[in-house]
Design a protein around this ligand. Sequence first.
Ligand SMILES: *Cc1c(COP(=O)(O)O)cnc(C)c1O
Length: 368
Amino acid sequence: MNTCVHQKQFASDNYAGICPEALKALEKANSGHETSYGDDRWTKMACNKFREVFEADCEVFFVFNGTAANGLSLASLCQSYHSIICQRTAHVETDECGAPEFFSHGSKLLLADGENGKLDPCEMTRIVKKRTDIHYPKPRVASVTQATELGTVYSLAELRVIEKTAQGLNLKIHMDGARLANAIASLGCAPRETTVDVGVDVLCLGGPKNGLALGEAVIFFDLEAADEFAYRCKQAGQLAAKMRFIAAQWLGVLDKGIWLNYARHANSCAELLEKEIKKIPEIKLLYPRQANSVFVEMPEGLPEKLKAKGWKFYNFIGTGGARLMCSWDSSEESVKAIVADMKKSLKGLEKSRGLGRSPNSELQDYDK
Ligand SMILES: *Cc1c(COP(=O)(O)O)cnc(C)c1O
């Protein structure tokens, strides 16, 4: 079945619908009555499937979204007087309305610099060593996003340096994996290599951007840190009565590596988009494209022209520029169509600018 659809949007992988395998799994789980609140066979099977996929003993919890997963898992690693080191463009800092601070009752996020959206290990050391007195919020966690908010991917070597640095500084490691599938597909590694093997204590694994309807899996590789986590979920309004419908979707996509196939597809659409944009000198690529998004700086007027043609994309994510995001069902056709519209709009822009300056000579050029 060809599931790729021509949509006029590169705004978000969250805009996409549910992939067929997740939908089928939902239907399958919709067979009669089951015990509620996670005590059902689908949830048990999904937890076991995660143990198999990550080749590790782990405690798994299902919550509704990424903000809850990050906020609650960070809170479980911290006391209220602790702090969390993250890169300054991290979702936990910029897009969660203070949820990590709220759920932890005050743990402070300490912002680190780092190129291309990645946490710089030297910054971790600098931030921890800067102060050791009682007036400073005690650093407790390093939070990394894989793939990053800027569409880059930490290499395994980079993650190993972060692990070693964290060990030396007595920091736990939290991974925001809203797009972990895209990172795994990009690295071509086993899921465990970019998580358990590099010392991740807790992973927040995103579903919707990978083709699920909703739901995030919070996976504790540090089993002790999972202690009483279920109470946090319940208190925060994150314990689904019909949890089987969050859990079952994962069974649909984790089977036979389907989640990674979709991620690979999204990545390759972004790769094609990158390749085509590289041929347009007026548009500048902002970061290395390593997952399913392309960040660009467009000449003045072009974003408006594209939006007027019906294209949707965001301008405010990261450090400026436009983000073009591909999803599990993006199509080559959409990629080619937006590139064609970029070229056409650029010609139109040059033409109108040209007309403003010297109408006659410029006009001739565009009649060719
Ligand atoms: C999308 C996303 C999340 C999850 O956001 P919710 O809207 O709360 O589900 C978390 N982290 C990153 C990096 C994201 O891109």
